[in-house]
Design a protein around this ligand. Structure first.
Ligand code: FAD
Length: 404
């Protein structure tokens, strides 16, 4: 048991950089590492380099609020995230490393009749696809979250909620470490402080990358850089319908556990969960301006707390321990963009905005399948870049945790 729950995985030492790899993955976040892991484990493709400009999982993978769920609005989204939740449930066993996966139940509060209607809509789509989701009312909400303020005498009284029992949290950076260790042990090269500065092409085919450590040739390239998606696409020579905006979050000092479910309020633009260590993890809406920066602001904290105190008034004296931001790649329809690009041998995984941590396992599995077979699997085909030309958008804004 002691060996199983060791705190740090045994990541093999970083290998020397080679001049060529069968597959080059740009971005050493959870998505890139998971793709490398499944390429090696499922498809036996091990001549793979993951190039990370900073340090392992130093981007959004370790900056998110770790919420995992599949209660989306579009059938395509629900089926996709459901596969991810199922993969997440087995990851600690698969890695032989504890990712602290904790199933809590997820409550999306409804404060208006319109929000109740959307909750019902989501519940019906979810149930149709076998995902546990139902609309519940204040007596049941009080049973699940006895500390939540359910008074009618507030600005936005809680009328009901969408309850999603499989909603969970996990230790986000542990997910990246698990994938990294599993991939590296099978021969994948994970190269930190290696920044891609250009894409080398022969006509409409990508054949390699320029980096701060020199040119690297590649059989195939996968772009998995979250907030830097449009910058890399620009290097490759195509455009993405993506805006990069900061998203902030914060965590309190640890206190005695009192909150089991994850609570989200779209109307109040806040969400909160409590980690196994007792910290309250809190977030809200995106910053209202595009920016390549991870600066946190007083404005965010003040706005968040004003609304948070309506749900949990007794938190007024709670101390904030840390506040931070990540750069999120927002797509117009709040769905990811994956698969083919106008450049041959150059695959895309982007548009993860504020919702991509929960997708880490399914992205890894399905992007690896895409690269290995050269064919985009049915599960992710609806998320293709070409949907914006075909006007076949996948509107999932109604299932975003808060307004963005
Ligand atoms: P990243 O982890 O950002 O990895 C991309 C990597 O690419 C980075 O490490 C970066 O350094 C690297 N890179 C960039 N440019 C280059 C280059 N030129 N060369 C080499 N490397 C490069 N999602 C959820 O599902 N649930 C949540 O609760 C949630 N909460 C969030 C809260 C916040 C505050 C933020 C910021 C995001 C949240 N998200 C959430 C979204 C989620 O974090 C991301 O969608 C997800 O982590 C994206 O994973 P990734 O591996 O693609 O990106």
């Amino acid at each position: 048991l002691r060996r199983r729950y060791r705190p740090v995985p045994d990541l093999p030492p970083e290998p020397d950089l080679k001049k060529r790899y069968d597959v080059v993955i740009i971005g050493g976040g959870g998505h890139g590492l998971a793709t490398a892991y499944y390429l090696a484990t499922v498809h036996g493709i091990r001549d793979v380099a993951v190039l990370e400009k900073g340090y392992l999982a130093g981007g959004n993978t370790a900056r998110n609020t770790a919420i995992i769920r599949s209660n989306y609005l579009t059938p395509e989204g629900v089926a996709f995230y459901d596969e991810s939740v199922r993969l997440f449930q087995g990851l600690s066993e698969e890695f032989d490393f504890n990712i602290l996966y904790s199933e809590r139940g997820h409550l999306t509060l409804a404060h208006t009749d319109a929000a109740i209607r959307t909750a019902r809509w989501r519940a019906e789509v979810n149930k149709h696809l076998g995902v546990a989701s139902e609309v519940i009312y204040p007596d049941e909400i009080a049973r699940l979250a006895p500390n939540l303020n359910l008074s009618r005498d507030v600005r936005h009284p809680v009328l009901g909620a969408l309850y999603h029992e499989p909603g969970a949290i996990a230790r986000h950076d542990a997910v990246a470490w698990g994938y990294a260790t599993g991939a590296a042990r099978r021969g994948v090269s994970i190269l930190q402080k290696t920044e891609v500065t250009g894409i080398v092409k022969d006509g409409d085919r990508a054949i390699g990358v320029e980096t701060n450590r020199g040119r690297i040739e590649a059989g195939q390239i996968v772009q998995q850089v979250a907030g830097a998606s449009t910058l890399l696409a620009d290097m490759a020579g195509f455009r993405l319908p993506i805006r990069t905006v900061p998203l902030q979050a914060c965590v309190s000092l640890p206190v005695k556990p009192f909150l089991d479910p994850i609570i989200v309020s779209g109307s109040l633009h806040v969400y909160i969960s409590q980690t196994p260590r007792g910290e309250l993890v809190m977030g809200g809406a995106s910053d209202p301006y595009p920016l390549y920066g991870t600066r946190s602001t007083l404005d965010f904290k003040e706005g968040l707390m004003a609304n948070m105190l309506e749900l949990f008034p007794f938190l007024a004296e709670m101390k904030i321990l840390r506040q931070w931001a990540g750069m999120t790649d927002m797509s117009p329809d709040f769905s990811p963009i994956m698969g083919e690009t106008p450049i041959r041998n150059y695959w895309l995984d982007s548009g993860w905005g504020t919702w991509g941590f929960k997708a880490t396992p399914v992205v890894g599995k399905r992007m690896a399948e895409t690269v290995a077979t050269g064919t985009v699997p049915e599960l992710i085909r609806p998320f293709r870049l070409a949907r914006f030309d075909d006007i076949e958008l996948l509107g999932d804004k109604g299932a975003a945790s808060v307004g963005h």
